[in-house]
Design a protein around this ligand. Structure first.
Ligand code: HEM
Length: 225
């Protein structure tokens, strides 16, 4: 016999589902985004040449205004390349969400039985020297004049995953990160404390669900204007 839920139970279930969704989206959208910004700034401090080139681009586009605006971002090709290179080199979510094979398949000599859970190591794809020249170098230029994108069609570069369960927050994440990084480097010169050079910055990673810096990033921010 069908059981009808009371109005109070239905409301409670709907509220719980909404809470779970909110928590999921909050968790999926905050740690990943802040990790990407922290690694981007770390690499910029580590590579003054890249920082200088980015500051030049941002300063030129912002053209004396007090802040970089969203409308400016499309003109910042190097900024986009810096973010892509950061996502390749320091992928926030190194292992994608597990998939379950729906049927027996053979891929590149591996037999995968129906029901097997498969984990994609997107970190390894981004560092594979057979897929990327000088894969252990932070070089945003590799993404200039390249159609390679993170939207899930170039399988060597899938920081947001791919397919139906790929990240639904890509556009939001990229917009937030572009505006945050552009404004940080536009408004401040960033350097290590006690006048240390960027080459001294320890770039060790801690493995986990998201790939964080092993040591917190402590910087001195000097206003540029
Ligand atoms: C730099 C920032 C971000 C990165 C690198 C990232 C990366 C990812 C990855 C790798 C997945 C798993 C995709 C797969 O297995 O194919 C994922 C899933 C997801 N992401 Fe993001 N994400 C970011 C930001 C965001 C933001 C800002 C939101 C929401 C506002 C968000 C919401 C989600 C949700 C809800 C899922 C689960 C999708 C599903 O299971 O169908 N993410 N993300």
């Amino acid at each position: 016999m069908d059981t009808l839920l009371s109005a109070a139970d239905s409301t409670r279930i709907l509220k719980t589902t909404k809470d779970i969704l909110n928590v999921d989206i909050f968790a999926a959208g905050t740690d990943t985004t802040s990790t990407n910004i922290e690694w981007a700034i770390s690499e910029l401090v580590k590579h003054p040449r890249v920082m200088k080139k980015l500051q030049q681009e941002v300063t030129e586009v912002a053209n004396g205004r007090s802040m970089v605006s969203e409308d400016d971002l499309d003109k910042m090709k190097y900024l986009k390349a810096v973010i892509k290179e950061t996502l390749r080199f320091h992928i926030p979510l190194p292992l994608l969400v597990q998939r379950e094979s729906m049927q027996d398949v053979e891929i590149m000599g591996y037999n995968i039985a129906a029901g097997t859970r498969v984990v994609i190591n997107a970190w390894a794809l981004g560092r594979d020297p057979s897929l990327w020249k000088e894969s252990e170098e932070f070089r945003p230029e590799r993404f200039l004049n390249s159609s390679k994108d993170y939207k899930g069609f170039d399988y060597e570069f899938i920081p947001f995953g791919a397919g139906r369960r790929g990240c639904p927050g890509i556009q939001f994440a990229i917009a937030v990160n572009e505006i945050a990084i552009a404004n940080l480097v536009y408004k401040y010169d960033l350097g290590l404390p006690q006048g240390k050079g960027g080459e001294e910055l320890d770039m060790s990673e801690v493995t986990g669900l998201t790939t964080h810096r092993k040591f917190p990033l402590h910087l001195v921010a000097t206003p540029r204007f």
